[in-house]
Design a protein around this ligand. Structure first.
Ligand SMILES: *[C@@H]1O[C@H](CO)[C@@H](O)[C@H](O)[C@H]1NC(C)=O
Ligand SMILES: *[C@@H]1O[C@H](CO)[C@@H](O)[C@H](O)[C@H]1NC(C)=O
Length: 414
């Protein structure tokens, strides 16, 4: 009896110790796990994982709360101040793959030469194109461009409206992976007349340069386009739906539509691809921005953005950067359900159902993250004259289609 009691006591003690150890280790890792889980909660634990000096911390906090009512230029000035205070901090902060120090030093270098132009792109039609499709692409991704050319990116009339297309390219970072890249670009340009090439290195963090240079190009060489679709090459775009949507709009009015992300927090976890140190962006929240997979803007908005982006400091995440430009011209981007720039997942309740049901894609405008073959297949299925979607309503009512968890999100949504 006594032995058993003693055994129980030891056992209980052991369990308590184990529990405490567990709780302790849980606390220590909360911030990292939150990042991994991409939880939609406010990442309170992640927001201060760096030991920011108290003075600076206080200033950052007041910056954050006062931010909403401020103009960007003020914020910019404030962040420059913060930058200066934290020069010494930078060295310890930037161990990630991305060299923030170099980026900050180099960010006034933002004008690069246009090496391949299509100056007549928007002059083939007297009134200019109704829709200009601009697609971010890498020189190496020839197959993606080919499939887009053959499917949703076709030039010519769609629903009676003129569509033109350009691909936006930079210099390949790894030239040895495609030594013939220059000849390829030249040949493609001659054959399709749809390639724009700028003299900056085509890297993820240089996409902001692509944004700026494209807007400048559009203002200069395509100001007569009524609307612009800008997106990635790995998306499926239902151009007919976009044109139907735009036909009722006035290109001389402001319009910016896409998959809008509101109240996203900068990611302060260094391991993340989207990590942004406070020295680079001190505010607690990003302005509303559109997922870069695809969005639509009017001619008028394009011209305003082209100007505004000139005045906004470079920021390495291009979607967020454009959000900053929108904020500068005080334009609220419009959220549209048809833009699924984070892709779609099958509803777990119906694994037998194909996400690939063309009837489902029929209602959408942009779907992100598709393989080359999937884009080709989807476009051809959708353009099959025998396609009949009588089941559509039943399917959409029975199941809740979900947006994939924000795996590509560049900030924490609240
Ligand atoms: C460049 O590409 C080649 C061929 O694909 C590869 O072997 C090499 O490791 C790459 N270099 C870099 C720096 O990524
Ligand atoms: C952007 O392109 C410039 C010019 O090619 C290059 O010097 C710079 O390293 C690139 N920046 C990034 C972040 O890749």
């Amino acid at each position: 009896m006594r032995i058993q009691l003693k055994g129980d006591a030891i056992c209980t003690l052991f369990l308590v110790v184990a529990l405490c150890t567990m709780i302790y280790s849980q606390l220590g890792h909360t911030s990292i796990r939150e990042e991994k889980m991409n939880s939609r909660k406010k990442p309170a634990a992640t927001s201060r994982i760096f030991h920011v000096p108290a003075v600076l911390q206080k200033r950052l906090n007041t910056e954050a709360t006062a931010a909403k009512s401020r103009s960007i230029s003020e914020v910019k000035r404030a962040s420059v101040e913060i930058q200066e205070t934290s020069v010494t901090m930078m060295a310890t902060l930037t161990h990630s793959a991305f060299d923030f120090k170099h980026y900050l030093q180099d960010k006034d270098n933002r004008k690069f030469e246009l090496l391949v132009n299509q100056p007549k792109k928007c002059r083939t039609n007297p009134g200019g194109p109704f829709l200009l499709i601009a697609i971010k692409s890498l020189v190496e991704d020839f197959d993606r461009r080919e499939v887009v050319r053959k499917t949703w990116g076709r030039e010519g009339p769609v629903n009676g409206m003129q569509v033109q297309r350009v691909f936006l390219l930079g210099i390949p970072k790894n030239k040895t992976s495609l030594p013939t890249w220059e000849t390829l670009v030249r040949q493609e340009s001659q054959m399709y007349r749809d390639v724009l090439l700028w003299g900056f290195q085509d890297t993820f963090f240089n996409l902001t340069l692509k944004e700026i240079h494209f807007l400048n190009w559009a203002e200069k060489f395509c100001s007569n386009a009524k609307f612009i679709f800008k997106g990635d090459a790995d998306v499926f775009v239902n151009v007919e739906n976009i044109i139907n949507f735009l036909e009722k709009r006035d290109p001389s009015e402001d319009l910016f539509v896409g998959d809008i992300i509101y109240n996203a927090h900068p990611i302060r976890v260094r391991k993340s691809k989207y990590y942004i140190p406070e020295s680079m962006y001190g505010l607690a929240m990003y302005p509303a921005y559109a997922g870069g997979g695809g969005f639509v803007l009017s001619s008028s908005t394009m011209k305003k953005l082209s100007q505004a982006c000139e005045e906004v400091e470079l920021f390495p995440i291009d979607d967020v950067f454009l959000g900053m430009c929108l904020q500068r011209i005080n334009l609220k981007p419009i959220m549209h359900e048809g833009f699924k720039t984070f892709g779609i997942t099958k509803p777990s309740a119906a694994p037998h159902l194909q996400t690939f049901d063309p009837c489902f894609y029929k209602d959408l405008m942009v779907v992100h993250s598709l393989k080359v073959a999937e884009i080709w297949l989807m476009w051809n299925l959708l353009h099959n004259p025998r396609l009949s979607c009588t089941q559509k309503k039943h399917v959409r009512k029975a199941f809740q289609w979900q947006i994939r968890p924000k795996r590509h999100a560049k900030g924490y949504p609240v």
